[in-house]
Design a protein around this ligand. Structure first.
Ligand code: IPE
Ligand code: IPE
Ligand code: MG
Length: 227
């Protein structure tokens, strides 16, 4: 049994949760961010090296502007509130995705947080913001083309946001939906996928530990044969 090094999560179901509670979709997003903190702590406990969180996809711009602005405000507020704690916990933050579409102020905050945490080594948290797998792969191909490099797996991976990181061992999607929604398509060829019925705000560290335990019982072949 090889413990998981990299866990990726599609944190889905915030909006439905907010509506279910007879409040708003945005209320669900606020609750969702509390769960993020619990799962970060649980990941540190489990000695996971990389935790990748899908926070905003390239397709999420299709949502009403009021929801998008709320998510931007929430993230901004979260950084202001939690930066010092993040540093103290030894967390390294890396943003994956093209953040140039976000307001300049948020971009600056995100860049600053990445710089401030760059030498931390307890866990690396990748926050996927305006992330889309197709965009990521196309970007890498364009780079290869521009630099007149060979089209090879090695060269392509150099230009992915996940360069030098291990592929995810586990992908969790909450929210009772079984799809990948443009997340880590290149990186997840041998990832063990867990679809969770619970909406993200209801997900907790015990659900997370259960998945890790299930994962630990899986025989992974990577196309070969079981030894
Ligand atoms: C996921 O929850 C969070 C983001 C996409 C930001 P949703 O907002 O997609 O919640 P549902 O799936 O509509 O319930
Ligand atoms: C995926 O959830 C993106 C994030 C969790 C950030 P969505 O709610 O956007 O996915 P679809 O639209 O249901 O596929
Ligand atoms: Mg959703």
């Amino acid at each position: 049994m090889i413990p998981p090094k990299h866990v990726a999560i599609i944190m889905d179901g915030n909006g439905r949760w907010g509506i279910k509670k007879k409040k708003s979709r945005n209320y669900g997003h606020s609750k969702g961010i509390e769960v993020v903190q619990e799962i970060i702590k649980a990941s540190i406990t489990k000695k996971i090296n990389y935790l990748t969180l899908f926070a905003f996809s390239t397709e999420n711009w299709k949502r009403p502007i009021s929801e998008i602005s709320f998510l931007i405000k929430l993230l901004s507020f979260y950084i202001d509130e939690k930066s010092n704690e993040i540093i103290k916990q030894g967390i390294k933050i890396k943003i994956i995705g093209n953040i140039s579409k976000f307001p300049k102020k948020l971009q600056n905050k995100l860049n600053k947080l990445q710089i401030r945490t760059i030498s931390n080594n307890k866990i690396q948290i990748n926050i996927a913001l305006n992330y889309g797998s197709r965009e990521e792969i196309l970007f890498a191909l364009k780079k290869i083309n521009k630099l007149k490099l060979n089209v090879s797996k090695k060269n392509l991976e150099k230009f992915l946001y996940t360069y030098k990181m291990p592929d995810p061992d586990i992908l969790i999607r909450t929210g009772n939906t079984k799809r990948i929604s443009n997340f880590l398509l290149w990186q997840s060829i041998y990832t063990e996928i867990f679809f969770e019925k619970k909406l993200w705000p209801d997900f907790n560290k015990y659900d997370f530990y259960k998945i890790i335990n299930k994962f630990n019982k899986i025989n992974r072949n990577f196309g070969g044969l079981n030894e």
